[in-house]
Design a protein around this ligand. Sequence first.
Ligand code: IMP
Ligand code: MG
Length: 181
Amino acid sequence: MRLDQDILEVFYSEEQLKAKVAELGAAITRDYQGKSPVLVSVLRGSYIFMADLTRSIDLPCTVDFMSVSSYGAGTTSSGQVKILKDLSEPIEGKDLIIVEDILDSGNTLFYLRDVLAARKPASIAICTLLDKPERRVKPIRADYSGFEVPDAFVVGYGLDYAEKYRNLPYIGVLKPEIYGG
Ligand code: IMP
Ligand code: MG
């Protein structure tokens, strides 16, 4: 069975994603001249975006990874965020760029930004591939943002539904019967 048989509609094709990631990488490269930012990937949703984004940044940057609790198998935020895996390196005095797949309610990044800010980095920026501003419950916005998505649950390019569909090369929505379980 083919994975893309479960997809109702493609929102962003492989080509569109590639072009957008190149744009974001170029903007970061421009803004961080003379600096060595640390790109912090929020696992697991951002892993593919992170891999492509870092390759489109022409700076001596480093990478680190964090894992926070997410939605489980559902499609709505619990408001509860827990660190499951912390960074490997200290970040004091560093220029951080938090790399997220999607900024939805804002609960995750609102919490994460505070946790990281307490470690005294020189700066913190947020780079998200997707943004759902309509669903925001916390006052937080991205410094770099790829696409504004309508209020729909999307999968692919790292984003999952019940841990599946991360490996789709594009981003789209599933057929309603799949979300129904
Ligand atoms: P927030 O805390 O509500 O902003 O949610 C952020 C996290 O929820 C993201 O990093 C994703 O892992 C997950 N998420 C939110 N919306 C979607 C979606 O449409 N598809 C897949 N994951 C999502
Ligand atoms: Mg995520």
